[in-house]
Design a protein around this ligand. Structure first.
Ligand code: AMP
Length: 468
């Protein structure tokens, strides 16, 4: 998954981009990058592995002059974790320097890449996003926007993109609208960002969210709507609202916080926990859900788990690793809240089950009398092909085990998953109305053609070993 950002006609655009991608850090922690374009149309790039704060400093930002910029934070779902795959992708084309930041996953990238390579194209990365750069550069369309449109009409899957071509910024969202993208105004300039929380941080006022298929040009801060991309059935990623986006953002026209509270309320209605004395979240993604659960159930909300916010990439030596479960580095229980009580633990989703199993052991060790685990989304039964880093079916506990088996594996007294209908309703889908969400990871209902080769078994871990 990734965070993308574009700045047009704002002095010191690289610093604005820096702050913006700082706010999008949760969307990707592997690498960060900014390309800035100055008044003469010269572009300069700085990219690095790691967090935004590790990649940039005063000196690197000073070396990026200009009032136009593109920024990116990356978490890989295709391509390996190497600097060559850090974005923005940067190339010189006949229309001037091109910088591209992409969020999403292209489902036909391999076919297109094979075709391009056969025709002589040389790729400098293994990321799917570079395919778009090649398609733009090779297009015979008469205008830059024609070239970009032709490229975007050829790729399939999920893409929200911010592209600087010369000093002009282009932004687009694929016609299914998988990933969010918002535009803000900053003085006489404009800022485009994956989430509105980035616009808030740089002091931009939110102008609009790009709708599925929307394609805009921003030149010297002036936003022009271009003809839309060919329409397809809309399929917004519901997991953005459940887990991925920040609760202080508005995504797909919804307040993420509002949706998460409603998910928690619905969960309490579908799976109450009578007799429980305290409810708490697995911080931070499910805080609002625990609040909603408490509101409806009347069970007192507490902070039962404390999260260490400074975990980052943790190094523990192999002997320590045997004793220190990974989960302990991230979470610690508050004994005073838990001891002797029947507790409800609310989490947003269950993926492999390994974190949750460790958490339950920790909560029991802190003296819980009963542990009732509640999940504010249905069992995840398939991988995401559109940019969320969910593992393959073999690793997904919800794909291979019944709720009772998972309850026993986690070692909880009861386990309740929110239903698909309950989740979609909480996310804003009216009952009986054709859906506009992608819920493929929960339902197996993939909105694009999928082939088995798109579901590679990266590695397969037997259930017992995974929990050890
Ligand atoms: P586990 O118990 O190992 O299945 O981990 C569940 C936790 O992973 C939940 O607290 C989720 O918030 C979190 N989670 C959900 N999706 C992802 C993802 N794509 N990447 C990382 N963490 C995730």
């Amino acid at each position: 998954m990734c965070g993308i950002l574009g700045v047009s006609a704002v002095p010191d655009a690289a610093r604005v981009a820096y702050l913006g991608i700082y706010a999008l850090q949760h969307r990707g922690q592997e690498s960060a990058g900014i390309v800035a374009i100055d008044q003469d149309g010269s572009a300069r790039s700085h990219r690095g592995m790691g967090l935004v704060s590790e990649t940039f400093n005063e000196a690197t930002l000073n070396a990026l002059p200009g009032d136009v910029a593109v920024g990116h934070t990356r978490y890989s779902t295709t391509g390996s974790t190497v600097l060559a795959n850090a974005q923005p992708c940067y190339a010189n084309t006949r229309c001037g320097p091109l910088a591209l930041a992409h969020n999403g996953n292209l489902t036909n990238a391999k076919t297109l890449k094979d075709e391009l390579v056969r025709e002589g194209a040389i790729f400098s990365s293994s990321s799917d996003s570079e395919v778009i750069v090649h398609l733009i550069a090779r297009s015979n369309a008469a205008t830059p926007e024609g070239q970009i449109r032709e490229a975007l009409e050829r790729v399939d899957g999920a893409y929200s993109v911010v592209i600087a071509l010369g000093r002009t910024i282009y932004a687009a969202v694929d016609s299914r609208g998988f990933r969010p993208l918002a535009i803000g105004r900053l003085g006489s300039g404009a800022v485009v960002a994956s989430e509105t929380c980035a616009l808030d941080l740089v002091g931009a006022s939110v102008a609009c969210e790009l709708q599925p298929g929307e394609f805009v040009r921003i030149e010297d801060g002036v936003i022009t709507q271009l003809p839309r991309l060919s329409p397809r059935p809309v399929s917004r990623c519901v997991f953005e609202l459940v887990y991925f986006s920040r609760p202080d953002s508005r995504v797909f026209g919804e307040s993420v916080d509002r949706v998460r509270r409603e998910l928690g309320r619905s969960l309490a209605r579908e799976h109450p926990a009578p007799g429980a004395e305290v409810v708490f979240s697995v911080p931070d993604s499910s805080n609002a859900m625990a609040l909603g659960f408490s509101e409806v159930s009347g069970i007192k909300l507490e902070h039962g788990l404390i999260r260490n916010h400074y975990v980052g990439r943790t190094f523990i030596n192999p002997t320590q690793a045997l004793r220190v479960a990974k989960v302990k580095i991230k979470f610690n229980p508050v004994r005073e809240v838990i001891e002797g009580r029947s507790v409800v633990v609310v989490d947003d989703s269950l993926v492999r089950g390994t974190t949750s199993k460790g958490l339950v052991q920790m909560i029991r060790a802190a003296g819980a009398r009963e542990v009732h685990f509640r999940l504010a989304s249905p069992p995840i039964t398939g991988p995401c092909l559109y940019g969320i880093d969910t593992p393959t079916r073999a690793e997904l506990i919800g794909a291979n085990h019944t709720v009772d088996e998972i309850r026993d594996y986690l070692g909880v007294d009861s386990l309740g998953y929110l239903s698909l209908e309950g989740m979609l309703r909480a996310a804003g889908q009216a009952p009986g109305v054709p859906g506009h969400f992608c819920h493929a990871c929960f339902s197996g209902d993939y909105p694009t053609p999928v082939s088995e080769e798109l579901v590679p078994l990266r590695h397969s871990i037997p259930l017992a070993a995974a929990g050890a």
